[in-house]
Design a protein around this ligand. Sequence first.
Ligand code: NAP
Length: 299
Amino acid sequence: MILVTGATGRVGYRLLEALADTRAEAVAMVRVEAKGLDLPGPGENLVGTFDDPPAAEQLQAFDRVFLLSPSSETQAELEIVFIDALVAAGHRPHVVKVAADGFLDPGCDVRFMRSHREIARHLDATGLPASYLAPAPYMEMLLPAAAAIRREATLYAPAGHGTVGFVAAADVADAAAQLLTGPVPPAGDDPGVFTLTGPESLTYANVASRISAVFARQVRYANQPEDRAREELLGAGLAPWDAEGMLELFAWIRAGGAGQLTSHVREVTRHAPRGLNDWLEGSRAAFLEPPLDGAAPSY
Ligand SMILES: NC(=O)c1ccc[n+]([C@@H]2O[C@H](COP(=O)([O-])OP(=O)(O)OC[C@H]3O[C@@H](n4cnc5c(N)ncnc54)[C@H](OP(=O)(O)O)[C@@H]3O)[C@@H](O)[C@H]2O)c1
């Protein structure tokens, strides 16, 4: 039986869909009962949070755990509490953790990656069988830029000329579904690390050209100065810790850190990674019509 955390989010929701398609037995962990009502699958939910995990007897029902929490100042603390609860339950489930590309590179000083590095050190030290998904920035990271694209036909980002191997959240979910339903890694094996990227490494100028082509409307890229980007991130409601994290992420992108491509999506999911043009087609509404509530930037 699989426990899916982060089940209401971008990756977790699609993971539940993928698991339902294969009729795998999965239960979503939700913070409050009501959040579980419209999730894909047979509708079995467990109420719990990372800092207030389900009881040991409940956790013991799961031999696979999908571990995903949002990036935040407390991410490492919360996931470590949850991992310790799994260890205390004593049944040694296989943990499939979502980290981020760059988390194993000590030279990558983006705070989001540092948090994942700290969690991975802790998880590895427990000796639980573990696998890591290390996605490139999601294509969904482009959604908060949609408002300025509609308004000013401009894609703003402090990304310089850096390239990004953008991956669709749906491909991260498909990879997770495969790992959670495949063989458990043998005890004592080093954890598998799967760096998930899309098929192309694109600059933001390339992305603006793709948006222009897909929506038949000329969109340009404007490289934003860091101070202006900070103002916008804070103005969009991000906490200072998260806003500084986004700026570190873009500095890493400008320095060429996010440009690598791998074949791991294809190897794990046995299908090609989704391309940006297809993703844009599928996200047409977000780029052409004002959303009911604007997408805030997040990682
Ligand atoms: N964005 C990117 O480009 C990118 C790239 C690579 C890696 N990542 C990594 O991907 C992860 C984010 O994935 P995502 O975009 O799918 O996340 P997301 O859409 O923000 O969803 C977060 C999920 O976590 C749940 N959650 C939040 N706080 C919780 C708590 N205290 N206890 C239990 N559940 C809690 C949320 O539930 P509620 O509905 O109750 O809030 C939601 O289901 C991060 O770890 C990030 O570092 C992101």
